[in-house]
Ligand binder design. Structure first.
Ligand code: NDP
Ligand code: DGY
Length: 329
């Protein structure tokens, strides 16, 4: 406060977000919001201009928050609130150095993302997109014993890479399909894995023994490119690969080779590099690769709740109070 008068703080929001979040910010009356009022990403120059002198920044996973953005914001910046649980788009070391707090959206999107992962797994393994196309283009001539066969979960071994909030929610949903063994890999064993009879195994074991490999870990320097030539070469020829974490966990050239050579059966991806994946990308020429446009958390209610949470995180950061979901780093 200056001379007894409370200073209105400045906030920049990098995209149109669900109204639930905007309402919270306008009703709080503690900040003046400027918004990149579009459904498309803010151009870099506009981002750098928009954050100038800002006390708070509400951003998306498609905004790269690096030194340049932090410098452009300047010393006023108290809080960055991202409308995501993933935080690989932000330069955490630089943010920490500047004493800026970070809010994110864990838990509230776990169910939606786990549901999408199960949907993608089944769609990929049972070849739903191919089947839909065949019905429309006249390829469906009759019931054929050997046509459009895929792979089922019953009696299978599922391997989850990253048994965190979402990985565990995926495992809980897959178990009732009759999964026989649930393997998982991460940096540490999890006591809560007992609920799904999860077996903590080395990565090589998971990759070579699983019928379904599901990636749900965070993108970090250690997990970047984890799913590469060596990884795919250890998978069964009949195995299904699913990634709903971040595109950069996968080496896409190696995945293309594995899919086109029959090294693995099929893949379902909700995340790619880059996003969007160019429409002429080789992966999109493959029938055994199902690509979705990063819609893991995309239910109306989840996105509304994410917007609410990110608005409340932002307000707490501005006011120096406890955040509903502060990222500790
Ligand atoms: P959590 O932090 O709960 O889980 C992340 C998991 O990653 C942890 O279990 C961790 O296991 C694992 N992990 C971290 N480092 C490594 C490593 N070096 N090797 C193997 N595993 C590792 O996060 P959430 O479950 O909430 O979210 C996970 C990710 O999902 C997010 O970071 C985001 O990228 C992605 N996501 C994608 C969505 C979509 O729309 N497709 C929606 C929401 C999230 P351990 O500690 O044992 O290493
Ligand atoms: C996240 O939150 O990290 C997802 O990728 C989008 O919800």
């Amino acid at each position: 406060s200056i001379g007894g008068r409370t200073e209105i703080m400045k906030v920049f929001i990098t995209r149109r977000i669900p109204q639930e979040g905007m309402k919270i910010l306008s009703q709080a009356g503690v900040c003046k919001v400027s918004l990149w009022d579009s459904d498309e990403p803010v151009p870099r120059a506009e981002l750098l201009k928009g954050v100038e002198g800002a006390h708070g920044l509400l951003c998306l996973l498609s905004d790269k928050i690096d030194t340049e953005v932090l410098d452009a914001a300047g010393p006023n910046l108290k809080v960055i609130s991202t409308l995501s649980v993933g935080f690989d788009h932000m330069a955490m070391d630089e943010i920490k150095k500047r004493g800026v707090r970070v809010g994110y959206t864990p838990d509230v999107l776990t169910d939606a993302t786990a549901e999408l992962t199960v949907a993608l797994l089944l769609a990929t393994a049972r070849r739903l997109p191919e089947g839909v196309v065949e019905v429309k283009n006249g390829g469906w001539s009759t019931w054929k014993p050997l046509w459009l066969c895929g792979y089922g979960l019953s009696g299978s071994t599922v391997g989850v890479i990253g048994l965190g909030r979402i990985g565990m929610a995926i495992a809980r949903r897959l178990k009732p399909f009759g999964v026989k063994r649930l393997l998982y890999f991460g940096r540490t064993a999890k006591s809560y894995a007992a609920e799904v009879e999860g077996e903590y195994v080395p990565l090589d074991t998971l990759v070579s023994e699983s019928d379904f490999v599901v990636v749900s870990c965070a993108l970090t320097p250690e997990t970047q490119g984890l799913c590469n030539k060596d990884f795919f070469s250890k998978m069964k020829n009949t195995a299904v690969f699913i990634n709903t974490s971040r595109g950069a966990v996968v080496n896409q050239e190696d995945l293309y080779q594995a899919l086109s050579s029959g090294q693995i059966a099929c893949a379902g991806l909700d995340v790619t590099t880059p996003e969007p994946l160019p429409t002429d990308h080789p992966l999109l020429t493959l029938k055994n690769c199902v690509v979705l446009p990063h819609i893991g958390s995309a239910t109306y209610s989840t996105r509304g709740i994410m917007a609410e949470l990110s608005a409340n995180n932002l307000l707490a950061g501005l006011q120096g109070t406890d955040m509903p979901s502060e990222l500790k780093f």
